[in-house]
Design a binder for this molecule. Sequence first.
Ligand SMILES: [Zn+2]
Length: 154
Amino acid sequence: MQPLAEITTDTAILRKQSRRVDRRHNIEPVISKMRHLMQQHFGDMEPVGLSAIQVGVDLQIMTLASEGDHGPPLFILNPSLTKTRGTQMGDEMCLSVPGRQVRIRRPYQVTVAGMNDLRRPVRYRFKGFQARVCCHELDHLKGVLITDHETGEQ
Ligand SMILES: [Zn+2]
């Protein structure tokens, strides 16, 4: 697969720790870029989540497709994982790590607190696939990639 225009595959960028968003940061440009990319197709892949670092911005901003793909994507700024329950195993791919698929154990359910794109406090509880996507994006904010989870576990 070709590297994707506008979504970086550069590990020097992807390995950065994202910084907390504060009131000085103008986040509108990166949010509108992420919103746009969430509507694109990349080969046969459609994004189900993205983090700002994937477009080269090291701020703690992530987005997830809404459940069942109805409605606009959710944005979470400065997310923190406050609770997890259960586990699930499943395969993950990443637009920043083209051509790789890694089997990863994740919590089955997560609770995440942060702010939405209007900087209002939000708290979400995700299950199943959305919980998996949420954990994947939280990893990006810490500079962690799917290949870091390779354990040989089937
Ligand atoms: Zn990813």
